[in-house]
Each structure stands twice: as C-alpha cells, then as structure tokens.
Design a protein around this ligand. Structure first.
Ligand code: FAD
Length: 421
C-alpha cells in the first residue's frame, strides 16, 4: 500500500515505526479526524503482526480504557486474561520457601480500578492484528519501508524512505524503537545505560489453572515473573514468563537441550501448576534504561521506546508508549479543532509537558527497584523486605506499582481515562 495523499486543505501525519503505541496513535487520530488528517505508518515490516508472536504484555487499566474507547477492546477478549491478584516474593533460588511480602488484588476492592481488574495480560500478536485491521478500516495507510532521513522544510517535514520514495507531512513521529535512528539524526541526546542482565521471555503450558494470579519472585539475579494467559495449549493452561537473568549466565542456561531449559524454568517456577511444557520461546532481550533529553525537534515527535526505555520489572514500557500516543493525539486534536498547525511548536511543547515527567519517574523507579532487588546483600535484603511490607499496607504506593498513580491524580490523557479525544 502507498502513503495516503492528503486532500487539498487537509493535514498529514507520518509515523516511522509500526509498533503497538504507533498503531494506537494512528487509529485514535484517524477516527477523530477522518479525511481531514491523512495518516501514514511506515515500517520495514509493514503491518505484519507475526513479529509479535510469543510476546504478551501486562496492560494497565489506563491502556485497557484507551483500547475500549478506540472500540477494539471487545475484539480482544480471546487474547486478554485479567490479572486478579499479584503476589511478590523475595528469596534466593535455593531457599526452600519463598516468603510473600506484597499482594495486590486478593484481599481488597481498592486494588481494583473502576471495579475492573487492575491489569490484563494481552497477547501482542493479537493486539497488533486488531489494531492494524482497525487502522485499515479507518483509512490509515501503511508503507513497507524504513525512513532513512527526515528534513524539516518550513511548515512541513519530508521523510526519505529506503525505497527512494519521499513523503511530506505536517509532523513526523519517530516511533522507531529504543535505538531510534531518527532521534540520533535529529541530534536529540539520550541519557541511559545498559543493564548486565537480559530478559528471557517464554510461554509455558501447565496442567493446573493459574486462577488469574501473577507472581513475581525477586531472585538475586533479577525478577522472575509468571503472568497468566488465556487457557489453551497442549496442557490446557498457559502463562508467560519474563525471567531477568545475569547476561553472563543466560548463555549457559539457555544453550542446553529444551528439557534442560525447561528444568531451569521449573527450578524458578515453584508454583503448584502441575506438569510444565515449553510452548513458545525462550527469546532473549537485552535490557537497558534511557530517556531522551527532549521529546521533540523541528516537526518531529519521539514516541514509545524511542523516547524512553525502562526495565521490564514493573511491565510498564508499552503502557508508557500508549500514554504517549494518547497525549500526542490529544495535543494534535486540540490544534486541529482550532484550525491551528498540528505539528507546530506549541503542540510539541504540550506533548512533552504531558509525558516527560511521567516517563522520567517510571524510568527512575524501575531502575531503583532493579538495583534494590537484583542482588544478594543481606542489609539490602532486610531493607527491601521491610519496604515491601510497608508498601503492602499503603494503597497509594500500590497504585503506583500497578501503573495507576498518575491516573488517580487526574494527570493522564483523556483516552487513558476512557474519555473521547
Ligand atoms: C522482556 C520484556 C518484557 C516487557 N514486558 C512488558 C509488559 O509486560 N508491559 C509493558 O507495558 N511493556 C513491556 N515491555 C516493553 C514493551 O515491549 C515496549 O515498551 C514496546 O513494545 C515498545 O514499542 P515501540 O513501538 O516504541 O518500539 P518497538 O516495538 O521496538 O517498535 C519499533 C518499530 O520501529 C520500526 N523501525 C525501526 N527503524 C525504523 C525506521 N528507520 N523507519 C521505520 N520504522 C522503523 C521497527 O521495525 C519496529 O516495528 C517489555 C519489554 C521487554 C524487553
């Protein structure tokens, strides 16, 4: 498919990168503005959702409300499992028992958001497919190519593609991932560092039901999370694991035969979910934290991991990206409704103001949690166990952990509160 040609007098948005937050942005804006805004998504893998296979994300209540408002949540029920409780424990791998320090959801209604579960596990391939189909239905254009260069030209920006084609828009959104080439080309600085850890992701089948419970075991090498998926697979029930391991140990742990890899997973699982089987993966992901010094340049806005990268310890990266999409759609809509420039400096400043502090706070908190938990020093172990006990008694802090602190303060963009643009 080729780019959408703007009608005379209409505006154009170009999005480099077709990840999940980008698709949500494209859909929100196209639904709100129809032919008055041409929206084109450019990605080397087009709108192919298969690259998300085997990945599942914890979607906080704000993200769920946004998908509901965009009219696609009902189409995702087969791919979304409510997290009804979260149990956190802290121990060494060899410890015979894993004391539980923190629980969400089990005992109290105030851990639920609007009477709904505080989060859902959502399968990324299904989410990408539903978003892409809804985008197409709404009239978003997809171009299978990469953006190699972006050149601001007065009141517009030109994107040069790997195919040689050139596209013009009022704004280019750089949603090209954590190693964003467009961010670098725009000379936007990046503050961050790599962790000596990798994230190992797999889908595990099990014989007994998980009953909607998510577990996060803090082990000295990093958190090992077991997250409930919709029933299915060879053994009837499934969970996704996100296993943070020391990078230097991961190679040896994962290089064995599938049975040996499953054995390593079983040692960490410690749940009575019966017989286990490896259904998908494991895949390995380098881990790092980083924040762009600015979220915009001339006619360019950074979105998603291109703007901020965080440790998956709290499962919030995609949620931040969706909040970016909601905030940028809101800022652009404000301008479009007044007949103003949707890619101008005011819109870009409003967007940055809405998103940079939230992103910084989440990056700093997840970095701090990872430092606190991913080690085996006794004083730190005592301090953090005491800390978790305290957090368990403070609903306000729990809300932060479940990604709803900002929503509770009313600072979230409208779509994340379930309101129309
Ligand atoms: C182990 C792990 C577990 C996680 N778990 C969770 C979780 O439970 N909950 C949660 O909220 N988040 C989670 N995350 C974070 C989440 O995966 C990311 O924040 C999110 O996927 C980022 O989406 P994105 O579109 O910004 O970037 P990406 O998904 O990296 O997409 C970037 C896109 O840009 C395209 N691209 C690259 N270069 C160009 C170019 N030059 N031109 C055009 N297109 C280009 C790529 O093809 C790609 O499609 C996890 C991350 C990891 C590593």
């Amino acid at each position: 498919m080729t780019a959408e040609t703007p009608r005379p007098g209409s505006r154009a948005l170009l999005i480099a990168g077709g990840g999940l937050p980008s698709l949500a942005l494209a859909l929100a804006l196209k639904q709100a503005h129809g032919p008055a805004l041409a929206v084109t998504v450019v990605d080397p893998s087009g709108a192919d959702s298969a690259r998300h296979r085997g990945r599942a994300y914890a979607l906080a209540a704000g993200g769920r409300r946004m998908l509901d408002r965009l009219g696609i949540w009902d189409r995702l029920t087969d791919a979304a499992e409510p997290i009804t409780a979260m149990v956190i424990s802290d121990s060494r791998l060899a410890d015979p028992v894993r004391p539980v320090f923190l629980t969400f959801g089990q005992e109290a209604d105030d851990d639920r958001i609007d009477g709904a579960p505080f989060a859902h596990m959502i399968e990324a391939e299904a989410l990408a497919a539903v978003l892409a189909a809804a985008c197409r239905d709404a009239g978003v254009a997809f171009v299978t190519a990469g953006v190699v260069r972006a050149t601001p030209e007065g009141p517009a920006i030109q994107a040069q593609l790997t195919t040689g084609e050139r596209l013009r828009g009022d704004l280019l959104v750089a949603a090209d991932g954590a190693r964003s080439r467009l961010r670098e080309a725009a000379r936007i600085g990046w503050v961050g560092w790599s962790y000596p850890q990798v994230g190992i992701v797999a889908t595990i089948g099990h014989a007994r039901p998980h009953e909607g419970r998510a577990f996060e075991h803090f082990l000295p090498s990093g958190p090992f999370a077991i997250l409930p998926l919709r029933d299915g697979g060879a053994l009837g029930h499934r969970s996704s694991i996100v296993w943070t391991e020391r990078a230097d140990a991961a190679e040896a742990l994962l290089s064995g035969a599938p049975d040996e890899v499953l054995g390593e997973i079983e040692r960490r699982f410690t749940l009575d979910l019966g017989v286990l089987a490896l259904e998908h993966g494991p895949s390995r992901h380098p881990l790092a934290v980083g924040l762009a010094r600015r979220f915009h340049a001339d006619r360019l806005a950074l979105l998603g991991d291109a703007a901020h990268l965080i440790h998956p310890i709290a499962g919030q990266g995609l949620n931040l990206g969706l909040a970016d999409a909601a905030a940028l759609a809101e800022a652009m809509t404000g301008a479009l409704r007044l007949g103003l420039d949707p890619g101008g400096p005011e819109v870009l400043r409003d967007y940055e103001r809405a998103r940079r502090f939230d992103s910084f706070a989440m990056a700093a908190t997840t970095d701090g949690l990872n430092r606190l938990f991913s080690n085996d020093a006794l004083p730190l172990r005592l301090a953090r166990d005491l800390g978790l006990g305290i957090v368990d008694r403070l609903p306000g802090l729990k809300r932060f952990f479940i990604g709803e602190a900002a929503a509770a303060r009313g600072t979230r963009p409208r779509l994340m509160r379930g309101e129309a643009l």
